[in-house]
Design a protein around this ligand. Structure first.
Ligand SMILES: C[S@@+](CC[C@H](N)C(=O)[O-])C[C@H]1O[C@@H](n2cnc3c(N)ncnc32)[C@H](O)[C@@H]1O
Length: 216
């Protein structure tokens, strides 16, 4: 289940490549999608549950689809200061003439909305789960062969494209001499990533919580 059509197209193609033919993919909003009641043994998500406007409603909806005692397991981002790719974005931003953004609402949806385990416990408890357990997990991910390659990778990501949009919307004067938002963001990423370049490539640490719980 995912909101995004392109994500599902990719998932269907990947499943077909791997010969997995007993999977159903559905497009919908996990907060309100009409999932069958008490139908599943386990609900799993990789980094998909931090973006709910109403996380209690969403986890309630997911919980209703689980049989009693059914399991929930997901990974969500931990404290942003513990993930190196986040600090690369911070360093790159410092090189860019970006407009001031609205400060994020602390309780609002977003990549780090479940970074505090006490928030995870409160939401899941209210949504009808118990045996809530949060375990820190860290992994090094391969971002590219070198800083240039990794910069292209970050540029293609949602947060990378967001920076390009911010930069393009900030410059009201079009000038042939001015580098495009894309070129500026790529250059800033390349400088920020140079500090992480190793002979084996650019590997950055991501820090997450592995959260497990059981439907009451
Ligand atoms: C960081 S991506 C992770 C995608 C995928 N799970 C993976 O590991 O590659 C977050 C995903 O959450 C999806 N998403 C966000 N809010 C959602 C919602 N309310 N219902 C369903 N999917 C949602 C987005 O469309 C996006 O595909």
């Amino acid at each position: 289940l995912d909101l995004s059509g392109p994500m599902l197209t990719r998932a269907r193609a990947q499943a077909a490549e791997e010969g997995l033919d007993r999977i159903t993919f559905e497009q919908g909003d996990a907060q309100v999608h009409p999932l069958p009641a008490s139908a599943f043994d386990v609900a799993i998500s990789r980094f998909g549950v931090m973006f709910f406007d109403d996380p209690v409603a969403a986890f309630n909806n997911i919980g209703r689809a689980l049989r009693l005692g059914g399991r929930l397991a997901f990974v969500c981002m931990a404290d942003p200061t513990r993930s190196e790719w986040v600090s690369v974005f911070g360093t790159a931003r410092a090189y860019l003439p970006l407009p001031a953004e609205e400060p994020a609402t602390p309780d609002g949806p977003g990549m780090f909305s479940l970074a505090d385990p006490s928030v995870v416990h409160r939401i899941l408890d209210t949504a009808g789960f118990d045996k809530v357990h949060t375990e820190p997990v860290e992994a090094l991910s391969d971002f590219g062969r070198d800083a240039h390659d990794a910069a292209d990778h970050l540029l293609a990501s949602g947060p990378g494209q967001h920076l390009v949009k911010l930069l393009d919307s900030a410059s009201s004067v079009d000038s042939a001499d001015r580098p495009s938002g894309t070129d500026s963001v790529r250059a800033a990423f390349t400088v920020a990533l140079a500090a992480h370049e190793q002979p084996a490539g650019v590997h950055l640490r991501t820090s997450a919580w592995l959260v497990t719980a059981t439907r009451r």
